[in-house]
Design a protein around this ligand. Structure first.
Ligand code: ADP
Ligand code: MG
Length: 709
């Protein structure tokens, strides 16, 4: 009963002479300009858009039961002949329509309120299907607002709304579910056969998948639960497969086919660095440093992701990699997502490297033009060995004499494409190291960073105590601030006050932070307060951070500009205002600014949450301090779509696949993708052209540099 080609839809299509998949929806029968506009609001313009809009859920109305056996409270499909229509005003402005059907075993009523036009649809004698949740009172059986279908012996058309597994679409607005179902059905009749088969035949057979046309038909109008599952598995596989092929191509082009730089063994700089360390590296740091060194010594370009929770000491891994680049007579670059973080890395690296005779320069918006030009000159001549900066580093004007290593910190802020641009600055492909605190379950890193090797720092430096995290209502605010100002500060500690999140504008956010700062200053005149927000000029931000690091500022009132990377070990208390407005990942990043030294640290979340979900988040924050555990909770709470929200990364949306639930499919798709790219590294074979097209269409934007020809 899945839709087949032919029939009415073809007639509509005849007026349109282009590719039926690109046909605007209003050419479909029954879709006028008004409905087309409603669909457009949902992002549906063409026949293909309709086909690709997969159902959100299904109702199983496939079993048609004798009316007498209909179960109270159950979703059922009932078929019968209309025996009576009862249409009347019951009270003031309540209009009741009842259409009674009989199948010999019993009678049932379809009931509508205030929809008098429904009566005219069902003349006595018409054969109909009603579907919906059955309400049974004694012998009375009824379904309110039933899905309905008129069974016309003449018509060859399939039932769409009852007597089958019925799709439910995630659509809102003025769209009637019946219209959407019919539109999807017509779209399938018109063009399902043209949906490209991106999965090559042999892969499809090995994996037991359906051909594309069959899968698209069955995902909308399945004949059985089993068929629907196979269709879903096919489409999920397809989506993940195309993504994995894209990643495999990137990997091939950046690692396998490129000549890289073979760095030498550890030299003088590395040896002196190690000898001067103020602490012992953790076993996890040592292991990752070894993995990185091995990659760097190989003649293939390194492409490695280092994952480690906040405070795990990722910077040290970067430091050792940079030392190795310098030891081998090359240059290294470290790119950070914010000015503040770039500045901090710069100060830190200069402190470490200057005594070793290694020149570190900053390239960021905080410099005067003169300073900046001077630094660029040093890099170009090779007189500076290490560059630290923001995205300013990927601007074209930055030229290196001999760049062999590119490190990006907190990579969730950078897309694959930006990384690639910086990589292209080397003559030969420089080694690439990406550091992230975004705690992605390891297996998932495959989906997101399938082009990278992954190292995990799964250990915190010794002596760290979990940050005591407490959620307090606004009514307890005074006590909380008193603790910070009257206990922590006099004991020589420092703290952060994070202002409530205002997403709408930077300007409002800065205003709010300023007001907060003024209020606290009036309240605690003896405490040295500082203010930091995104609207300050780079040099001002820098001065504030400098004063905070030096301990001149005791409490820093700030926005989320300090979210990533900021490292002031003497800060032991953070108060997050309006904590219910932040997501888990962001709260965890913020909290990571304290608990970086050996003193017991605290994070107080001030919030009177309005929703159950926000309450849940605050409870989770109190309970878990480990980033990976939090990430898993976050996924449970929000689902993968939200978790991988736009801000986190630059990957394409997944329409069908769920990289968590479909992990097994993901792994199979990845294995097949690697095998295929091995066999046909540029997707030149004729049987791979549909796949090639799909990779280009879906990933061209992010992976701009692949498949250019
Ligand atoms: P993150 O992984 O969040 O970037 P950092 O590299 O900023 O962490 O390190 C956090 C803090 O821990 C820094 O103050 C750093 O000097 C310190 N640190 C790093 N490694 C060790 C270690 N092995 N032992 C003690 N302290 C360390
Ligand atoms: Mg860091």
């Amino acid at each position: 009963m899945t839709p087949t080609s032919g029939g009415d839809a073809k007639r509509g299509a005849q007026r349109y002479f282009g590719d039926p998949l690109s046909m605007p929806v209003q050419y479909l029968k029954g879709i006028g300009p008004a409905r087309a506009r409603d669909l457009a609001k949902q992002g549906i313009a063409t026949v293909r858009d309709l086909i690709e809009r997969v159902p959100r859920a299904y109702r199983d109305y496939s079993q048609i039961k004798p009316i007498a056996q209909a179960q109270n409270g159950q979703p059922e499909s009932l078929m019968g002949t209309v025996v009576m229509v009862d249409d009347r005003r019951v009270r003031g402005n309540l209009h009741l329509t009842r259409v009674i059907i009989s199948d010999g075993s019993g009678t049932a009523a379809g009931v509508w309120f205030n929809q008098p036009w429904q009566a005219k649809r069902f003349p006595v004698g018409t054969k109909v299907l009603f579907a919906g949740t059955v309400e049974r009172r004694g012998a009375q059986i009824q379904i309110t607002n039933p899905e309905w279908e008129i069974i016309d012996e003449e018509s060859s058309s399939d039932p769409l709304h009852a007597g089958r597994i019925v799709p439910v679409y995630p659509l809102t607005g003025g769209l009637n579910p019946r219209d959407v179902r019919r539109a999807v059905y017509l779209a399938l009749q018109t063009a399902a056969d043209l949906m490209p088969d991106t999965i090559p035949g042999p892969v499809r057979e090995r994996q037991g998948l359906m051909p594309a046309a069959e899968a698209w038909r069955a995902i909308h109008f399945p004949d059985s639960g089993g068929q629907r599952e196979r269709a879903r598995a096919t489409l999920a596989f397809e989506e993940l497969f195309v993504l994995q092929v894209g990643l495999a191509l990137v990997r091939r082009q950046t690692v396998v086919e490129q000549a890289g730089i073979a760095h030498g063994p550890d030299g003088e700089v590395t040896r002196r660095l190690r000898a001067g360390l103020p602490f012992r590296l953790t076993a996890a740091q040592e292991r990752v440093i070894r993995q990185v060194a091995a990659d760097m010594e190989s003649s293939r370009p390194m492409n490695r992701l280092v994952q480690g929770d906040v405070g795990s000491g990722k910077t040290m891994v970067a430091v050792f990699a940079l030392a190795k680049a310098v030891d081998s007579g090359h240059q290294g670059a470290l790119m950070a997502p914010t000015e503040i973080l770039a500045e901090q890395h710069y100060l830190n690296l200069r402190r470490i490297f200057a005594p070793l005779g290694v020149e570190v320069v900053l390239v960021s918006g905080s410099l005067t033009k003169k300073e900046r030009d001077a630094n660029l000159g040093l890099l170009q001549m090779g007189a500076a060995h290490i560059a630290v900066g923001t995205h300013a580093l990927i601007e074209d004007r930055v030229a290196f004499k001999d760049l062999s290593l590119v490190i990006t910190d907190e990579q969730h802020r950078f897309g694959v494409r930006q990384r690639a641009r910086l990589q292209q600055k080397g003559e030969v492909m420089p080694d690439t190291l990406v550091m992230t605190a975004t705690p992605i379950p390891r297996t998932l890193a495959l989906t997101l960073y399938g082009d990278l090797d992954v190292s995990v720092i799964d250990e915190l430096p010794p002596g760290r105590r979990p940050v005591g995290t407490y959620w307090r209502p606004e009514s307890a605010r005074r006590q909380v601030y008193d603790h910070l100002m009257r206990t922590e500060v006099p004991a020589g500690r420092q703290g952060y006050v994070v202002c409530p999140l205002i997403e709408e504008s930077d300007k409002l956010q800065a205003q709010a932070a300023t007001e907060w700062y003024e209020r606290l200053k009036a309240q605690y005149p003896d405490v040295r307060l500082g203010l930091l927000h995104g609207r300050l000029r780079p040099a001002e931000k820098e001065a504030v951070m400098e004063a905070f690091r030096a301990g001149e500022i005791q409490v820093l009132v700030t926005t989320t500009v300090i979210e990533v990377g900021v490292d002031v070990p003497n800060a032991t208390m953070m108060i997050i205002e309006g904590a219910d407005r932040f997501g888990l990942a962001q709260l965890h990043q913020l909290r990571g600014r304290v608990g970086r030294g050996s003193h017991q640290s605290y994070c107080v979340l001030i919030a009177d949450p309005k929703t159950a979900e926000a309450r849940e988040r605050l409870m989770i924050m109190q309970k878990y301090s480990d980033g990976f555990a939090l990430a898993e909770k976050d996924l449970e709470l929000r689902g993968p779509g939200e978790f991988f929200g736009t801000r986190q990364h630059g990957m394409p949306d997944l329409k069908v696949a769920n990289p968590i639930a479909d992990l097994a499919i993901l792994e199979r798709a990845r294995a097949e993708a690697m095998r295929l790219v091995e066999e046909d590294p540029h997707l030149r074979l004729p049987e791979h052209q549909a796949l090639r097209q799909a990779v280009k269409e879906r990933l061209g934007e992010q992976f701009g540099f692949i498949l250019v020809s």
